[in-house]
Design a binder for this molecule. Structure first.
Ligand SMILES: Cc1ncc(COP(=O)(O)O)c(C=O)c1O
Length: 505
């Protein structure tokens, strides 16, 4: 069984003693079945470091839990969960039983082959993935050798060459079920997980499973531009929750919204980098608990984007988990996640966790649009998660990205002083920053483009019809990805940005 990740474990700050806060937090995870029986608890040193408590505190809590029969210690192997909460005390979370360095890739120097037309320039992987391009993880750090070995094994299994389960490989759903429950407090039995071709397909399925053409959805503005494409193609009317740089999405507007669904990125609002606090999460949950016209269900689509990479604070547990605590199976939350940022976008694997009542509907949408993930990849991924490699990789990348984010912000301060303000929280794979007066973001982007740096304007993430009403600072805000940039790339990129400002203002 994969070791338990510290995940979203948080200490209640109102508790005066760290020891009792930690005890209660772990007990809560165990009693809610989120930390599964037989799961290995995090090492005391690791937990102490992450939660910034002393190792003695952790050891004392483990010993107390052991004395009370929640956990046991196994010589030389660590502490393991012993307690099993009876099923009827749990919501639907049935813990599934687990069945169980290529050299750094060099990106092609030339544009990949493609049909050149006036409208569509040939795809150039070099440009799309270069420093400061948002949404690209570190392409060099992926464990290519390990994957190649595992893929080679599975690729020789003839049975995996045929048709796939439309819901996705069961071993992968089981491994994900455990991972999501202890990392994100998601209530996710394997029967309610659907494997998709990235989060993008999951969003398309979700919208088409719950809404009819002409119905309404609310989403954040600025927000995920790819979601707007899904809504447009599905003929859904969109209303907006404006996102403030400090206070995040204005959830109060939901109260007057008479549509059926809201799409949110609560962990790390994309691209502004705010997170939704517990009050706002509860407000969304209460909104969804009411029915439109007293009969039709309302839905929350939670895109748990970037939840794995929080650097300054402990991550909030998922909104889906919180909603399930209050409304059990009736919590109308569709939880969406992806491996595009934690592993590679090219793997094209994402997932959705839906209420049991929605599984068949979602599968019928997926069946109609096709697009199964390769079974070999699913097998490799299932093994990667179940054996604990996924968690190890996330931990390694979290440390690396934290350093990249720190260096990025430091370089901005060095070159611009307080003329530039970073508005995104210390999380994820990008930095969003703004300034007043001088160059517009569009001008800055064009100047950077000439010097080989790809960056996005905040405007790109806004509905075109709202751009004219945007406050001035939004037209002077850039979104820069640092995932696939080395520390040197970051320093150099910021220095180029600063040169562009000096030349043109
Ligand atoms: C908000 C948001 N959700 C999801 C994704 C991931 O999409 P996919 O899994 O289709 O690559 C992205 C990618 O940038 C994103 O920005």
């Amino acid at each position: 069984m994969q070791p338990i990740d510290i995940g979203d474990l948080r200490l209640d700050a109102s508790n005066t003693s760290k020891q009792s806060a930690l005890y209660l937090a772990i007990q809560d995870k165990i009693l809610n079945g989120l930390w599964p029986t037989n799961g290995r608890l995090p090492a005391t040193r690791l937990l102490a470091e992450e939660l910034r408590v002393s190792r003695n505190t952790v050891t004392a809590v483990y010993e107390q839990l052991k004395a009370e029969g929640y956990i046991e210690s196994r010589r030389g192997a660590g502490y393991f969960i012993q307690w099993a909460t009876p099923d009827h005390y749990l919501h639907t979370n049935t813990q599934g039983e687990l069945q169980r360095s290529l050299p750094p890739p060099s990106l092609p120097d030339l544009p990949l082959e493609g049909k050149e037309t006036d409208q569509r320039p040939p795809f150039d992987a070099h440009v799309r993935n270069r420093p400061f391009a948002p949404g690209v993880p570190d392409l060099v750090q992926f464990p290519y050798k390990k994957w190649a070995r595992s893929l080679q094994c599975h690729f020789q299994r003839a049975i995996l060459g045929g048709q796939n389960d439309i819901q996705g490989n069961l071993a992968l759903r089981q491994a994900l079920s455990d991972y999501l429950s202890f990392s994100r407090s998601v209530d996710a039995s394997p029967q309610r997980i659907i494997i998709t071709v990235g989060a993008q397909q999951a969003l398309y399925i979700a919208i088409n499973a719950i809404l009819e053409a002409g119905e309404k959805v609310m989403m954040e503005n600025p927000g995920y531009a790819q979601m707007r494409k899904v809504l447009d193609r599905s003929h859904i009317n969109v209303s907006y929750l404006p996102v403030d740089a400090k206070t995040g999405a204005d959830i109060s507007l939901l109260d007057q919204f008479d549509g059926k669904a809201v799409y949110l990125t609560p962990s790390n609002q994309y691209p502004m980098g705010t997170s939704l606090n517990t009050n706002d999460r509860m407000r969304c949950i209460e909104w969804a608990a009411q029915k439109t016209d007293g009969k039709q269900a309302r839905w929350i689509i939670e895109d748990d984007y970037d939840s794995e990479f929080q650097f300054a604070n402990r991550p909030y547990p998922s909104l889906q988990g919180l909603a399930t605590k209050f409304h059990g199976d009736a919590a109308n939350v569709i939880y969406v996640g992806t491996f595009s940022k934690t592993l590679l976008p090219a793997i094209r694997v994402g997932y959705m966790v839906v209420p049991e009542s929605l599984v068949e509907k979602c599968l019928s949408v997926k069946d109609a649009i096709g697009g199964d993930t390769a079974m070999h990849i699913e097998e490799v991924l299932a093994e990667f998660i179940a054996e604990g490699d996924y968690l190890r990789h996330i931990r390694k990348m979290r440390t690396l990205y934290q350093e990249k984010q720190r260096v990025f912000v430091e370089a901005l301060h060095e070159h611009f002083g307080d003329r530039i303000e970073v508005i995104s929280q210390a999380a994820g794979l990008h930095v969003t920053f703004r300034w007043q007066g001088g160059l517009t973001a569009l001008e800055a982007k064009a100047a950077l483009e000439e010097k080989g740096v790809t960056i996005r304007t905040l405007e790109y993430y806004c509905d075109a019809n709202t751009v004219n009403e945007m406050p001035d600072w939004m037209q002077r805000t850039l979104v820069a990805g640092f995932g696939n940039s080395s520390l040197e790339d970051i320093r150099q990129g910021v220095s180029i940005l600063s040169a562009c400002f000096r030349e043109r203002t």
